[in-house]
Design a protein around this ligand. Sequence first.
Ligand code: SF4
Ligand code: FES
Length: 242
Amino acid sequence: MTEESIRLEVARYRPGQDEEPVLVPYEVPLRPDWAVLDGLAYVKDRLDGTLSFRWSCRMGICGSCGMTVNGEPRLTCGTFLTEYGTGPVRVEPLKGFPVIRDLVVDIEDFLAKLSSVRPWLVREGEEPPLTTEYAQTPAQLDAYKQYSMCVNCMLCYSACPVYVLDPDFLGPAAIALAQRYNLDSRDMDDRFDVLGHEDAVWGCTFVGECTNACPKHVDPAEAIQRYKLTAALRSVLPWSRR
Ligand code: SF4
Ligand code: FES
């Protein structure tokens, strides 16, 4: 019996060779336990070794395999080929980011945005690295735990219509990361200087697609709306925090 196959239509863009991305079809085995990432690995191993894409853990932890699959931002290691029936399955780079080659996008701007929110514990009168141990109750951990589950996969940016139109928008994951620290009982900052302006929380129009796209249930849309309340209070009561 011959093995069933499914067609992947993979966006190829080779700088210096292609004017613009083109979709190239590849037939790959349709196996029940194969994710889209397995199909891409098959292409690279058996059909065309020049195909470029990022991946590492193959288990939804590293966040590096995000791509656009049939128009939606997805982690390709957690998206099974069988979801797409008999196919074809279109695989493109994450929307909203410059393409370096094939399915690989430039993440520099995203990393700079994450760094800009001071993603570490800020303590008045103490300089990092902190050496003191600060106890925390389970309830205090619960206050920010959800926001600490982010794997930096950038799917929320790719799903966000504001970010796609305005690359200066600080964006969902960076704001959720800021809230991960703002809501930590050990932290003394509120990051208002970074979060409280129009390219940050006030740029969000609450479409909510970031939360729909997030594979780790971080709920960045909620993080943004919660901080809007903080920022509004901060404007009328400058001494208030969080
Ligand atoms: S908030 Fe969710 S979608 Fe956005 S980068 Fe983090 S894990 Fe990915
Ligand atoms: S390969 Fe690590 S999240 Fe998919």
